[in-house]
Design a binder for this molecule. Structure first.
Ligand code: TXA
Ligand code: MG
Length: 341
C-alpha cells in the first residue's frame, strides 16, 4: 500500500541524472528547504549549510539533539574553502586518493558555515560524495549542503528513497529517488585536527587504505566509542542505527544460532540475518531469513535494507550471525554492535 507523503518525489537516473529535474529541489535547498538525496553511502537529508535556520530544520525533522554535528557535502574541490579555513597537505593527499567517495574529514571550520552544523565546535566534517546525483544537486544549489543520514534519530539509515519516505516522508520537502545506494554504510569519519589523526567512525574506507597515505592514523579508543555522549564526536553515542526489533548478535560457530533460536519462546517471531544459507532445521524454525554472504562490500550494501525489510514485517527479534572480524568488516561490526538494544 502506497502512502501519500508531503514530500515531492523526483525520480532520476543514478548515473546520468536529468539536470532539469534537479532544478526545483536545488532551488529549494538554496532557499532553506529540506531535500533528501542519494549519496554513495546512504541517503542524506540535505539543507543549506550556510544558513542556521535551514540547518535547524534538519535537527527538528530527525529529532536529533543539537549537540550532534553534521557533515557538509561539496561537489567540487574548488569549494573546499567555503567550508574549512585550512586544507593541509595530508587532507589534500587523502582527498586525492578518496574523493569523491565515502571518507569524511574533520578540519577547522570556516566562519560562514552555520554554527548549528558544528554543534558549537570550531571544527567541521566535510566530504565529497561519489554520486552523480548528489554532486549535480549540490552544484545546482550553489552552496555546500549539510546532510546527516535521512532517518529519524537512532533509526536505521536509509539506502533507498522508500526508506526515507517511511521515516521522514511528511517532515521534508523533496526526496530524490535514484535507486539503492552502492556503499550502504555511512562514511568513514577521520579527524585531522587530532594528533595523530584518528578514525572516529569506521566506514568502508578502511584503516589499511588510509594508512597507505597516512601511516600514523589510528582508531579512536574503543572506550570513546562506547561513551553515551562524547565531546569530540557526539554522534558516536552508543545506541544508534537501531531497528524496532531487538537485535541480537549470535556467534558464527557450531550450534550457536540453533541454540539461540531454541531459547526463543516464539521462534516464528524471530528473523535471522545469516552469512551462509541455513540448514533445514533453522529454516523451519525462524520466521524469516536473509542471507547476505561473506563479501564485506556486498554485506555492507545490503544490511540496512535487510533490517528495514524485517522491521516492516514486525518481528520482535532479529538474530544476526556475527560476521568475520578482519578490518574490512570493522564498520559492519561497529553498526551491528550499536544496533543491539
Ligand atoms: O555517509 C555519510 O557520512 C552520510 C551521508 C549522508 O553523507 N552522513 C552521515 O551523517 O552519516 P550523520 O550525521 O548521520 O553522521 C555524522 C557523523 C557523526 O558521527 C558526527 O558526530 C560526526 O560525523 N561529526 C560531524 N561533525 C563532526 C565534528 N566537527 N567533529 C567530530 N565529529 C563530527
Ligand atoms: Mg546517521
Amino acid at each position: 500500500m502506497k502512502k501519500d507523503y508531503r514530500a515531492t518525489q523526483i525520480q532520476v537516473d543514478a548515473a546520468l541524472p536529468d539536470l532539469a529535474k534537479l532544478a526545483k529541489p536545488a532551488r529549494a535547498l538554496a532557499a532553506g528547504q529540506l531535500v533528501a538525496f542519494p549519496t554513495d553511502t546512504v541517503y542524506g537529508l540535505g539543507a543549506n549549510a550556510l544558513e542556521d535556520s535551514a540547518v535547524a530544520k534538519i535537527f527538528a525533522a530527525k529529532g536529533r539533539p543539537a549537540s550532534n554535528p553534521l557533515i557538509v557535502h561539496i561537489a567540487d574541490l574548488e569549494d573546499i574553502y567555503k567550508v574549512v579555513t585550512d586544507f593541509p597537505p595530508l587532507a589534500q593527499a587523502l582527498a586525492e586518493a578518496f574523493w569523491p567517495g565515502p571518507l569524511t574529514l574533520i578540519l577547522k571550520r570556516q566562519d560562514c558555515v552555520a554554527g548549528l552544523v558544528s554543534a558549537g565546535l570550531d571544527t567541521v566534517a566535510v566530504r565529497m560524495p561519489a554520486h552523480p546525483v548528489a554532486r549535480a544537486l549540490i552544484r545546482q544549489a550553489g552552496v555546500p549542503i549539510a546532510a546527516p543520514s535521512a532517518n529519524r534519530y537512532t533509526a536505521v539509515s536509509p539506502t533507498t528513497a522508500a526508506h526515507v519516505l517511511e521515516g521522514l516522508g511528511d517532515a521534508i520537502d523533496f526526496v530524490i529517488d535514484a535507486g539503492p545506494t552502492s556503499v550502504g554504510l555511512e562514511s568513514t569519519v577521520l579527524s585531522l585536527v587530532d594528533e595523530p589523526p584518528q578514525i572516529l567512525r569506521p566506514g568502508m574506507v578502511t584503516l589499511a587504505q588510509i594508512s597507505a597515505i597516512a601511516p600514523e592514523v589510528c582508531y579512536a579508543k574503543p572506550s570513546f566509542l562506547g561513551a553515551a555522549e562524547n565531546r569530540s564526536s557526539p554522534g558516536l553515542a552508543r545506541k544508534h542505527y537501531s531497528p524496532n526489533a531487538a537485535l541480537i548478535l549470535v556467534d558464527d560457530a557450531g550450534d550457536a544460532l540453533q541454540d539461540a533460536l531454541k531459547k526463543m519462546p516464539e521462534p516464528t517471531q524471530c528473523a535471522c540475518i545469516l552469512l551462509d544459507p541455513p540448514d533445514d532445521a533453522t529454516r523451519a524454525r525462524a520466521g524469516a531469513i536473509e542471507v547476505l554472504g561473506r563479501d564485506p562490500d556486498i554485506y555492507a550494501r545490503t544490511i540496512y535494507a535487510a533490517l528495514h525489510a524485517l522491521d516492516a514485517q514486525h518481528f520482535t527479534t532479529i538474530m544476526v550471525q556475527r560476521p568475520p572480524t578482519d578490518d574490512r568488516w570493522r564498520a559492519i561490526h561497529d553498526r551491528l554492535e550499536r544496533a543491539q538494544n
